[in-house]
Design a protein around this ligand. Structure first.
Ligand code: UN1
Length: 496
């Protein structure tokens, strides 16, 4: 087997099962796995529910210790895990390693958080009374993740869930099961060192949409955290709501950048390149729409076209490559169709052609595309998970902000400007309507310290930093009477 050494380092032996796993790098089979049958999924949920009973009794800082050990194991496994991420989802090695770094960062964050699961103390309106809130573990959590961040998104959820007292059942994308199995092994090393971690704190469920649906419908999982398309979220949300569960949805984005006349164009070009072509345009936060002030549009577009022509596309594990393959043939078809539609809607397309098809007939490399559009047409308003940058022009900033917000999704956004009035207008209430709004950096590549997620069809969930931990706990409001009277709230008298 070609990847023997890498698999050995990660404890993987993907040799049994009827499901083939492919690498998008060259389309070859890299392993075989089996899917979990319904009864197995059911047993895993039961085990998680049992683990919860024990884990919620462990003091939170002690739970943080387990995450500290996980962070250590991730540091030790950074290189092979980063390489596996590249192999299985096709992102360049620097980004594969970056993704593992993101896991390490969220572990560090969660360790600190384990000593800061604070509630408020509130002034009671009654004499001799005190009010406070307590945050309790919520229960086992179902995590559904996408191919494009095959390990980091799980880690955002897992590190916080574990310190909050919640076991996690993880259904990874069908396209990246080996990454999940590798994480399971890395966690097992941490759990072994921890000594008395209950069985079932971290379980992987392998399967397709059915397995996901089983988690989503199960009342033993009070929270479902799902990352993926708006279409998937529209299926998950109502089912969880119907059983009065909680869902944390991180769905599609249609992320834009406004570039104003005062912008530092040198910086803007670099930011646009990373955001629009990095990860082959397959981040939820990828830059898809560029809204450029008339006077600088020509120059900026010309600079971008020459940068795009020179961008090294190829084997993501090779030195110097900046853009790897698309995940599969379906992604390539979607890109081709979107570009054809862009042309019929009046766009002028540069790039977008398939590359390296002689070397890799079963893999899908493309030249990232720029589509200059006469207006924000239908194709621009849809998220196509590929490196297509639609360019529109504006003359008035209010109109630019209107165009910016006039899409269904609301994940990440940015403005390039050196004018503080323009920057503040973009960040103010009538400005960007996204969950992430940046100035002079692109929309992608967020740090873990902030809350990550977005509004509208992006689903409203927030993961990772800030107070995202609260989603993984339940809040109890406590009122304590230490007096010898029984005054009622609102001054109600109720005496016989
Ligand atoms: C995603 O694409 O699902 O901000 C997550 C970023 C990364 C995470 C992206 N930290 O681009």
């Amino acid at each position: 087997m070609a990847h023997e050494k890498l698999f050995a380092e990660l404890g993987l032996q993907p040799e049994n099962g009827e499901i083939k796993v492919f690498s998008p790098i060259d389309g070859t089979e890299i392993g075989r796995i089996g899917y979990d049958r319904d009864a197995v999924v059911n047993a895993k949920i039961a085990l998680a529910a049992e683990a919860f009973q024990a884990w919620r009794l462990v003091p939170a800082p002690k739970r943080g210790e387990l995450v500290r050990l996980l962070g250590e194991e991730l540091r030790a496994a950074k290189e092979p895990l980063g390489r596996l991420v590249s192999l299985e989802c096709g992102k360049i090695l620097a980004e594969g390693l970056g993704e593992v770094q993101e896991m390490i960062d969220i572990c560090d964050f969660a360790i600190g958080q384990s000593r800061q699961l604070y509630g408020l103390t509130i002034a009671s309106e009654r004499p001799g009374h005190r009010m406070m809130e307590t945050w309790h573990p919520l229960g086992p959590i179902g995590v559904i993740s996408a191919f494009n961040f095959p390990v980091a998104v799980w880690a955002w959820n897992f590190a916080l869930a574990i310190v909050c007292g919640d076991p996690v059942i993880w259904k990874p994308s069908e396209k990246t099961p080996l990454c999940a199995l590798a994480c399971q092994n890395i966690f097992a090393r941490a759990a072994a060192r921890f000594n008395d971690a209950p069985e079932g704190l971290m379980q992987v469920v392998l399967g397709g949409a059915n397995a996901g649906a089983q988690l989503v419908a199960d009342t033993r999982l009070p929270l479902i955290s799902a990352t993926g398309s708006c279409r998937m979220g529209a299926l998950v949300g109502p089912v969880v709501a119907e059983r009065f569960g909680r869902s944390l949805l991180e769905l599609g984005g249609n992320n834009a950048m406004i570039v104003t006349a005062s912008a530092d164009l040198e910086l803007a070009v670099r930011a646009i390149l990373f955001s629009a072509v990095g990860t082959a345009g397959q981040r939820c936060t990828s830059l898809r729409r560029l809204i450029v002030q008339d006077g600088i549009a020509e120059e900026l577009t010309a600079r971008l076209k020459s940068a795009y022509a020179a961008i090294p596309v190829g084997d993501p594990l090779a030195d110097g490559t900046l853009v790897g393959p698309l995940i599969d043939g379906a992604a390539y078809e979607a890109m081709k169709n979107a570009l054809a539609t862009a042309r019929t809607e009046g766009g002028t397309v540069t790039g977008g052609e398939r590359l390296l098809s002689n070397d890799y007939p079963d893999a899908y490399y493309v030249r990232p595309a720029i589509a200059e559009m006469p207006a924000q047409t239908n194709v621009v308003r849809a998220e196509t998970f590929a490196p297509i940058l639609y360019v529109m022009r504006y003359s008035d900033l209010d109109a630019a902000i209107h165009m910016h917000n006039d899409v269904a999704q609301g994940l990440a956004s940015s403005i390039f400007t050196n004018d503080m009035r323009e920057a503040e207008a973009f960040l103010a209430a009538p400005g960007s309507d996204c969950g992430i709004a940046n100035v002079n950096i692109g929309p992608s590549g967020a740090e873990i310290g902030g809350a990550f997620g977005g509004e509208k069809e992006t689903g409203g969930g927030r993961e990772s930093g800030s107070d995202a931990w609260k989603a993984y706990m339940r809040r109890a409001t406590n009122t304590i009477n230490y007096s010898t009277e029984l005054p009622l709230a609102q001054g109600i008298r109720f005496e016989v």
